[in-house]
Design a protein around this ligand. Structure first.
Ligand SMILES: NC(=O)c1ccc[n+]([C@@H]2O[C@H](COP(=O)([O-])OP(=O)(O)OC[C@H]3O[C@@H](n4cnc5c(N)ncnc54)[C@H](O)[C@@H]3O)[C@@H](O)[C@H]2O)c1
Length: 256
């Protein structure tokens, strides 16, 4: 498989290059932002960092920044490329562009590509269906100090899974942090809290707190390889698929 890595100098980009090489995949291009100091310097093997679109790739893997996603999708549609989208923090217009592009190319979009977190999503949906609103649901996430978006895409995905399990709309029940005289916690609320510090790769805990017991489900990523390996698995899975918007749960066979 000919694969291109977008944002190759980033934390995830570097890990993707290492994992792709370990797996013997053919990296045909590694991109960086226009003006990036590494443009033109070696990225891996004979490949140099470029700011040109990788037209020769069968699949592109995007872990960049949300504002890059719309132009990147337009290029991938033009070149009929499979698209693995790991970038988080997309706004409404960027999310709509993903849906539009998925009419023309296969896209796997996941806020978290690790096997463990995708299992967690399925477990949380099930737990939320079993544990009724007398179990207060709260999500706590922690990431390294460099992370730009909050709460994490994974925390939002977990909140969506909780809401789905309870058969409610997340927007109606979500609470992003608390400060001041906020009053008593309403039944059915889903709280999300973002901690930032150090080099934490990604911790997520979903709690269900009742009067007499508390259930906590936690995932801790200790290496970005967990995400990179999942993204490469998704790239392989996408090749030859019909256009559409897929998630990691499709790739792993949890649904669809
Ligand atoms: N889905 C997942 O499993 C998962 C896991 C980890 C991180 N992420 C997300 O992936 C994104 C990247 O995370 P990171 O920690 O590697 O960030 P990072 O800042 O270390 O890397 C992003 C890289 O993209 C580059 N970039 C910016 N604009 C570009 C452009 N136009 N073309 C090419 N490259 C460009 C930047 O220069 C940088 O090197 C974030 O949105 C993060 O939340 C997702």
């Amino acid at each position: 498989m000919n694969v291109a890595i977008l944002g190759g100098a980033g934390r995830m980009g570097r890990m993707l290059i290492d994992c792709a090489r370990e797996q013997g995949l053919n990296i045909v291009a590694v991109t960086e932002a226009p003006g990036h100091p590494l443009i033109g310097t070696p990225a891996c093997g004979d490949i140099r960092f470029t700011d040109a679109w990788p037209e020769n790739a069968e699949a592109v893997i995007d872990f960049t920044f949300h504002t890059c996603v719309i132009p990147n999708l337009a290029n991938a549609v033009r070149c009929r490329q499979a698209y693995v989208l790991g970038t988080t923090g997309l706004d409404a217009a960027e999310l709509a562009a993903v849906g539009e592009a998925a009419k023309s190319i296969p896209i796997c979009f996941a806020p978290n590509f690790s096997l463990g977190v995708n299992l967690l999503l399925a477990l949380v949906e099930r737990a939320a269906a079993v544990l009724d609103e007398s179990y207060d649901a709260e999500i706590v996430e922690m990431h390294h100090r460099h992370k730009k978006d909050a709460p994490s895409g994974t925390a939002l995905g977990l909140a969506q899974a909780l809401a789905k399990g309870r058969g409610v709309s997340l927007n109606d029940v979500v609470c992003y942090g608390r400060e001041g005289i906020v009053g008593e916690r309403p039944a059915g609320q889903i709280g999300i809290h973002a901690l930032r510090g150090g080099s934490v790769v990604g911790d997520h805990t979903v709690m269900f707190a009742a009067d007499e017991e508390r259930v906590e489900i936690t995932h801790k990523a200790s290496s970005r390889a967990a995400f990179a390996k999942g993204a490469l698995k998704a790239a392989r899975w996408l090749l030859g698929r019909a256009p559409g918007r897929y998630t990691m749960r499709h790739v792993l066979g949890f649904e669809g």
